[in-house]
Design a protein around this ligand. Structure first.
Ligand code: HMG
Ligand code: MG
Length: 304
């Protein structure tokens, strides 16, 4: 239909990107329940947790407990973040389908988030990528602050491409372009995505949009116009980034599924069950879902 992709893959990042920013501990059981509910809703790609320093991100310290307890039905792919070899080693023991190395398009953000320069980060990722690939594990990268940085300000498409190229050179297979603080607008997003597409094939480029300034759906549509058909989303709009002050959650999965349903684009995700998953985790963390679609649909439900 009208030149847009007929099918879109959503990578559900709520359990990782969503929950990592919660200051009150979320129990391991609640995280496992969230992943199970997401699977029941038809999510086939789930970013479950991260193997980072528990001193830096305490909420993800139960990575092993979560990964070893969640169901692993056929057809569901699980990804995890690994910033270095220590993280990779721990992650591999839990058999993820994919690992994510995460760099940044600005020096300042790289230092705040992973405590090293961009160049050092690439050298740190090189053996991580090599070993993951040797074990048959797919490697994705996330490039943070691709549309703007909370410390540096403007980030150019050239700066984004520099990191895209470096990631490709070390063997990364999929390139995720991230608007960490949600300042991107459609044309600007297209310019950054175009740089990623110079180095990675269309099906290996994805968008990761935080919705801080309410631009995420428009940005996803702008990507669809380019044929990009993989996006990270977060159920209930959970989340933020601990190293980007004021950053709110990723675009809510429910909002994206609703828009794609309206466009006749298949995601394989059951919207009502997704709303249930978002409502359940929102009850755990004591906040209503940020998703406008979830709020609208929940308000229409008749109390039983
Ligand atoms: P460092 O302090 O430079 O590392 O941190 P180090 O190698 O000097 O180690 C220091 C301590 O951390 C040592 O422990 C290590 O063992 C331990 P100590 O001797 O002090 O007891 N350590 C680890 N522990 C567990 N797992 C590990 C690990 N590595 C070292 N993998 C490091 C460098 C990268 C580890 C640190 O900066 C870190 O963990 N940062 C976390 C960053 C993070 O998780 N950020 C949020 C995720 S990224 C994101 O949200 C953006 C994204 O969504 C896209 C977007 O929106 O932009 C992906
Ligand atoms: Mg993020």
């Amino acid at each position: 239909m009208n030149g847009l992709p007929s099918r879109v893959t959503l990578v559900e990042v709520g359990p990782r990107d969503g929950l990592q920013n919660e200051s009150a501990p979320v129990t391991t059981e609640a995280k496992i329940d969230l992943v199970r509910r997401l699977q029941d809703a038809g999510c086939r790609e789930i970013e479950v947790t991260s193997y980072v320093s528990p001193k830096w991100v305490p909420q993800m310290a139960d990575n092993h407990a979560v990964m070893s307890a969640i169901p692993r039905p056929a057809g569901v792919r699980l990804s995890v973040l690994t910033p270095n070899l220590k993280g990779l080693e721990a992650a591999l023991a839990d058999r993820p389908d994919e690992i994510v190395v995460f760099g940044a398009a600005s020096e300042a953000f790289s230092r705040r988030n992973i405590n090293c320069s961009i160049e050092e980060s690439i050298e740190r990722f090189r053996p991580v990528v090599e070993q993951a690939l040797a074990q048959g594990v797919k490697v994705r990268c996330a490039i943070s602050v691709a549309m703007g940085c909370p410390y540096q300000g403007e980030v150019s498409a050239d700066e984004v491409e520099r990191v895209v190229r470096a990631m490709k050179d070390i063997g990364v297979q999929h390139c995720g372009v991230a608007d960490t603080i949600g300042v991107g607008t459609p044309r600007r997003v297209q310019a950054a995505m175009e740089r990623a597409l110079r180095h990675f094939p269309l099906h290996e480029v994805s968008g990761h949009f935080h919705d801080t300034y309410g631009q995420a759906l428009a940005n996803i549509y702008a990507c669809l116009e380019m044929g990009i058909h993989v996006f990270d989303t977060s159920v209930a709009g959970l989340g933020g980034c601990p190293y980007a002050k004021g950053a709110t959650g990723n675009v809510a999965s429910e909002d994206v599924v609703f828009m794609l349903n309206g466009l006749g684009i298949d995601t394989g995700i059951h919207l009502d069950r997704l709303v249930d998953a978002g409502a359940a985790i929102s009850a755990v963390i004591g906040r209503p879902p940020v998703s406008r679609v979830a709020r609208a649909l929940l308000a229409k439900r008749v109390p039983s």
